[in-house]
Design a protein around this ligand. Structure first.
Ligand code: UDX
Ligand code: ADP
Length: 462
């Protein structure tokens, strides 16, 4: 059996590596139009950072895992084609700011229709609006070949940073297909791949539309939990409760459970906001305005949390950060990834730059070009942002040196092990720490002399 994956990104790259690793008898080829990305997959410097990924790629690359820019050959050779290309929120025209932009998916479908010479199973891996399989099938069926296509939905539930673990030990694998004999046969073919390492009872099969919708709903529910606890963090700060203690207390209720209750500066990542907006658009399209409004609140609460954090920094620094140096610890949207898509760091940094702060940003894995391109709004050629500036620091100590304040925006483990006495001595006084991830021991930092602020923490007077 031969598999091809169109799109070697954060989803396609790791997913294909794990399939190749678990199924040595299957030839897996990940193809991408981005030649630089493919060159990186074929080098020692992989284009994405994901714990455990490099080790797996090194074991199987060149044996049964291949990365290539030859999309045509990839399509022609394969029995099964995974489509794993971006489906970003539309930024133009109908559905602007809400609907998923399906142009990349459609391009793939047209490419497959043109290049395929034998029957194929097409698997949607990208998160797509419900009934996208119909669109793909229409395009494929209109091609003037005698080739038969079966379109399946097999959404990816891996979370970045734990992607390899999630792929190797998923809570479930979901495969949706047409309820015809051919559709069910295709579902079983794809199920048999996962069954090489995943117990059969975790491989769920549904109809196409349930599978497509389940991905959107899973992400909406997860994001909703974060927005719910973040809404309570504001109330905790006002009342003297501690959001960590509240999360612990409610999480002990087995009906609620303890996961995804970590209050933070806000959720980021390529999926949560995009998928909720997509869900909202779908509801609106079907005239379900109350349902749309309900889910939209999850996104607006997240926006509120990000801007509440920036406002708090300005407010505590005597209502002005103009010309003040602020050290930013972490820029990725979560730890253990170099991905910055929709990172709260982007929003908080932009707010502070608008307030004319001078930022010294350090992230252990995000390349400086990525940070600068994410913040490039008004960046001048000399790296100035109007009256503000951005410096990319070599490490956390360099970022903090001479700073008025530190803002922790990503929960990288290394930030909790830093020598904060040394950092305190190198900073301007009074020295502030704003912990957007509730990672640090605030009581200890206070003892050192810092003015501290944690999300959902109202600290007793000294
Ligand atoms: C998410 C889903 O978890 C995954 O199943 C889906 O396939 C893709 O989208 P991902 O975005 O990679 O995965 O990471 P996730 O761990 O879900 O975190 C998303 C954001 O929520 C991050 O910014 C994270 O810091 C934040 N978060 C998560 C919190 O603020 N609090 C929490 O308790 C959990
Ligand atoms: P995700 O997080 O969904 O994996 P990424 O942006 O990381 O998203 O990866 C998607 C990949 O798909 C990119 O590397 C992009 O170059 C690739 N891609 C987009 N359109 C096509 C296409 N028509 N053919 C091949 N690859 C494509």
């Amino acid at each position: 059996m031969k598999i091809c994956c169109i799109g070697a990104g954060y989803v396609g790259g790791p997913t294909m590596a794990v399939i190749a690793h678990k199924c040595p008898h299957i030839k897996v080829t990940a193809v991408d139009i981005d030649a630089e990305r493919i060159a990186a997959w074929n080098s020692d410097n992989l284009p994405i950072f994901e714990p455990g990924l490099k080790e797996i790629v090194e074991q199987v690359r060149g044996k049964n895992l291949f990365y290539s820019t030859d999309v045509d050959s990839g399509i022609r050779e394969a029995d099964i084609i995974f489509v794993s290309v971006p489906t970003p929120t539309k930024t133009y025209g109908i559905g602007n700011g809400r609907a998923a932009d399906l142009k990349y998916v459609e391009r793939c479908a047209r490419h497959i229709a043109k290049a395929a010479q034998s029957d194929k199973i097409i698997v949607e891996k990208s998160t797509v609006p419900v009934r996208t399989a119909d669109v793909i099938k229409r395009i494929l069926d209109e091609s003037d070949t005698s080739v038969n296509f079966q379109v399946l939905s097999n959404p990816e539930f891996l979370a970045e940073g734990t992607g390899i673990h999630d792929l190797e030990n998923p809570d479930r694998v979901l495969i949706g297909g047409e309820e015809t004999e051919a559709g069910q046969k295709a579902v079983q073919t794809v199920a048999s791949i996962y069954a090489q390492w995943i117990p059969r009872d975790k491989i769920l099969t549904t109809n196409l539309w349930s599978s497509e919708l389940s991905k959107l709903v899973a992400n909406a529910f997860l994001a909703q939990r974060i927005s719910s606890i973040n809404s309570i963090s504001a109330l905790c700060e006002a009342t003297g409760a501690d959001v960590g203690e509240v999360a612990m207390a409610i999480g002990k209720d087995s009906r609620i459970g303890p996961k995804f209750l970590q209050s933070s500066v806000g959720f980021g990542g390529s999926c949560f906001q995009k998928d909720i907006l997509n869900l909202v658009y779908l509801c609106e399209a079907f005239g379900l305005s109350e349902v749309a409004e309900y889910w939209l609140k999850v996104v607006s609460m997240n926006d509120y949390q990000k801007s509440r954090f920036s406002r708090c920094i300005v407010n505590k620094l005597f209502n002005t950060v103009s010309d003040k140096r602020i050290a930013i610890f972490g820029f990725a949207f979560k730890k253990d990834t170099n991905d910055t898509r929709e990172s709260p760091g982007i929003y908080v940094c932009r707010d502070l730059l608008e307030e004319q702060a001078n930022l010294a940003i350090y992230d252990p894995k995000v390349p400086s070009e990525q940070i600068l391109s994410d913040l490039n709004g008004n960046l001048d050629s000399d790296g100035k942002y109007g009256d503000a500036s951005i410096e990319i620091a070599e490490d956390a100590y360099a970022a903090a040196e001479g700073a008025h304040a530190i803002a922790v925006l990503t929960e990288w483990d290394e930030f909790s092990g830093l020598d904060y006495e040394r950092i305190y001595l190198s900073m301007r006084k009074p020295s502030f720490i704003f912990d957007g991830r509730n990672l640090l021991d605030l009581a200890k930092l206070r003892q050192i002399g810092f003015d501290v602020y944690g999300i959902g923490k109202s600290l007793p007077a000294l």
